[in-house]
Design a protein around this ligand. Structure first.
Ligand code: ZN
Ligand code: MN
Length: 141
């Protein structure tokens, strides 16, 4: 918790118990939660915290580069405390979002995009969609 407090302070952010809890949850999860998921998960710990506060806090974190926002085409964004460049795959059934290891052919893809558009690429955000192993197995039983 001390380390997380220090990180928030380093970014010039006022440290509140609510901010700290949201940051802690994001740093300790791999489920890429939405604001609503975070709100529900922390309701017991912070019964007076509003969903608007969660949104505002997440916006602040994104602006300071502490978390990244993922747009998977759902109604709401997902949030990831791993701010390194990495791609994701989402299950179209249970909506789970999973990290992908560095993609072997990413430089070929970049070359292809550059060649076809002339763009000098800065970065990319790739999303893959399908059915996760759990859901595949559930459908077979
Ligand atoms: Zn699934
Ligand atoms: Mn991720």
């Amino acid at each position: 918790m001390l380390e997380l407090t220090a990180i928030l302070k380093e970014h010039g952010l006022k440290v509140t118990p609510q901010r700290l809890s949201i940051f802690k949850m994001l740093r300790n999860t791999c489920i890429h939660p939405s604001a609503e998921t975070i709100y529900k998960a922390l309701q017991e710990e912070h019964p007076t915290m509003s969903l608007a506060t969660v949104y505002k806090t997440l916006d602040t974190f994104v602006q300071h580069g502490l978390v990244q926002q993922l747009n998977l085409g759902e109604d709401s964004y997902r949030y990831d405390a791993d701010t390194s460049e990495h791609s994701h795959v989402q299950c179209i059934n249970c909506k789970s979002v999973v990290d992908l290891p560095p993609l072997k052919h990413i430089s070929d893809l970049r070359d292809e995009v550059h060649e076809s558009t002339g763009f000098a690429l800065s970065h990319e955000q790739l999303y893959f969609y399908g059915t996760c192993v759990k859901c595949q197995n559930a459908n077979h039983s």
